[in-house]
Write a protein that binds this ligand. Structure first.
Ligand code: PEP
Length: 254
């Protein structure tokens, strides 16, 4: 298990202005910079990335919410891995369910992952089932999604690699509706087992596993303690600086 907790703020399409983005980044960076057992990653929308170019430190890093799978080509509206690296981003979220809902396929996810790795950036690939059925079919859905999304990824790529397990049914709600630490742990074990079948037992332990889906201040500690994950991917709760800072402090105290 990774020693430092990895706390990733996915700002999604927020906040609405440069001024607010600066305040949110500044407050989070200041607090995150004081914590020695947590690495904080902030993933603002593309237009704000340049504002924080090279503002990352060893404790607070910059990440992007998406990326294109090539550095050159006719790709209106896209942003290349090379551009992200040049502004000082070190992490990139790939295959978020909200991108998948807009048409991103497992094949696109795997192309993006390979491009991100080739640029020396760390991918945070999101996987997760839409719903849970009583027969447990969601395990097969998850397994197939992991296998196809990771197509072409080699054992050695897992040295700097993050997998965020995000069950869609738990995203964007409140902590009460998040997955329980016990179920998160069960799924974490399952994800490692899928990786062990695809690669080997040692490789399966390499990627950092995160949970995402209505993580808030009230469930941070329990998930990090009992969920079998090394950190959280945080959506709505990362937009409130003081709330997110208390989550970071809670992670730091575990
Ligand atoms: C997300 O969209 O990645 C996410 C985890 O959102 P929320 O925390 O709002 O559920």
């Amino acid at each position: 298990m990774r020693k430092k907790k990895l706390m990733v703020a996915n700002w999604k399409m927020n906040p609405g202005s440069v001024a607010e983005a600066r305040v949110l980044f500044g407050k989070t960076k200041l607090a995150g910079g004081k914590l020695d057992k947590v690495e904080t990653v902030m993933c603002p929308p593309f237009p704000y990335l340049g504002l924080f170019a090279h503002a990352g430190t060893t404790r607070v890093s910059l990440g992007a919410q998406d990326v294109f799978w090539a550095n050159i080509g006719r790709a209106t509206g896209e942003v290349s891995p090379e551009m992200l690296k040049d502004v000082g981003a070190s992490y990139v979220i790939v295959g978020h369910s909200e991108r998948r809902a807009l048409g991103e396929t497992d094949e696109m996810v795997s192309k993006k992952l390979r491009a991100v790795l080739a640029e020396g950036l760390t991918p945070i690939v999101c996987v997760g089932e839409k719903e849970r059925d009583v027969d447990g079919k969601y395990f097969d859905i998850l397994k197939n999604q992991i296998k196809s999304s990771l197509a072409g990824i080699r054992r050695t790529d897992f040295r700097e690699f993050v997998i965020a397990y995000e069950p869609l049914w738990a995203i964007g709600k409140s902590a009460r509706e998040a997955m329980t630490p016990r179920d998160i742990r069960e799924t974490s074990i399952f994800i490692r087992k899928v990786l062990a079948d695809m690669y080997d037992a040692t490789t399966a332990e390499l990627p950092v596993l995160l949970y995402g889906g209505s993580a808030e201040g009230s469930n941070t500690a329990a998930i990090l303690r009992d969920g079998g994950v090394s950190g959280l991917l945080v959506g709505h709760a990362s937009l409130d600086a003081s709330g997110f800072i208390s989550m970071l402090k809670s992670a730091n105290s575990i």
